[in-house]
Design a protein around this ligand. Sequence first.
Ligand code: HSE
Length: 364
Amino acid sequence: MQLTAGIALLGHGTVGEAVAQRLEQDAETIERRTGVRCVLRGIATRRSGDARALIDDPRVDIVIEAVGGTTDAAEYVERALDRGRHVITANKDLIATQGPRLIALAASRGVCLRYEAAACSAIPVVRTLHEALAGDHIYAVAGVLNGTTTAILSAMERGAEYDAALADVQRAGYAEADPSNDIESVDAAHKLALLLQLAFESAIISPRLRRSGISATTREDAERALSLGYRIRLVAGALRTPHGAFAEIAPVLVRQEHAFAKTSGVENVVRIDARDAGTLWLSGLGAGGAASASPILGDLITLLHAIAQHPEHGTALTPRFEPAIEIVPFFHRLSRHDALPQYPVWNDALFDERNFRHEHYATT
Ligand code: HSE
């Protein structure tokens, strides 16, 4: 018997358009890999305004949400889960602020909520934390998670002024609709919260994380850092120690030879430290239509495999979180450079588990 899955695509911006293309071009590949034929039941755009009717269409099994933001997207995702549709989303704002609630809703309705594309686009960091390291104990996550700020900081190192550098990134299409979300670290805080939910199995939401942005960083700072052997990068970091959990996002000085400093433009890099796996480094494209379509299609294929084999086991693909743990800032524990004292100096020794016993890590 031919298995089919009805798909509803919500949103037709950069990501939605790339997904629609893939669904059309790769339909046979998806069927060959999963044994399930995908049928696109409709695409709801902001202008067409028919998202609710499409979600309610009884022939829809899976809703792919690429609307972005939290206003309409939250309503659509909730509606879809409530009606028993599996949901795949690229929406980091939504997962970082409401993920635990939506995941609980998905579980109660016996459906999946998958979101690999929501953090660091092409880098499979959600799967790494939730699936590959499921048998390990993850105690640290850190990285450069926002491409817009990296592009601005590296342009300033080359002598560009802040405003011109920002305008260039906006033209390239990587900045958020409201670029202050990039500049003020809202975007990076969303991604870190989303990763910490998985790493620390805890219902952490992004407003709980201390963040500072790069709006006070000048071309002179960027050039000065370079002359001292550093680069300024917006780093998001978190640790879970026996004394408590720490997280913060801020611009820091990173030695030029460090992987965080070597990022340029839209590339993201993530470091994960786990008890048994040790230190893992993941890097790749953190934004863009194709870079987001890849993990969305990956989520779709995983979901189709599950549906084809054990329809009732689909919810095992969705994470579960314990209540939120307390998280406190920690970048004030980093040292400062005399020549640029407004920036903490990044130090990988923070991630050495042997140091965790030290009272330096006490949260009180
Ligand atoms: N504005 C984001 C960035 C896009 O610059 O990284 C991907 O989330």
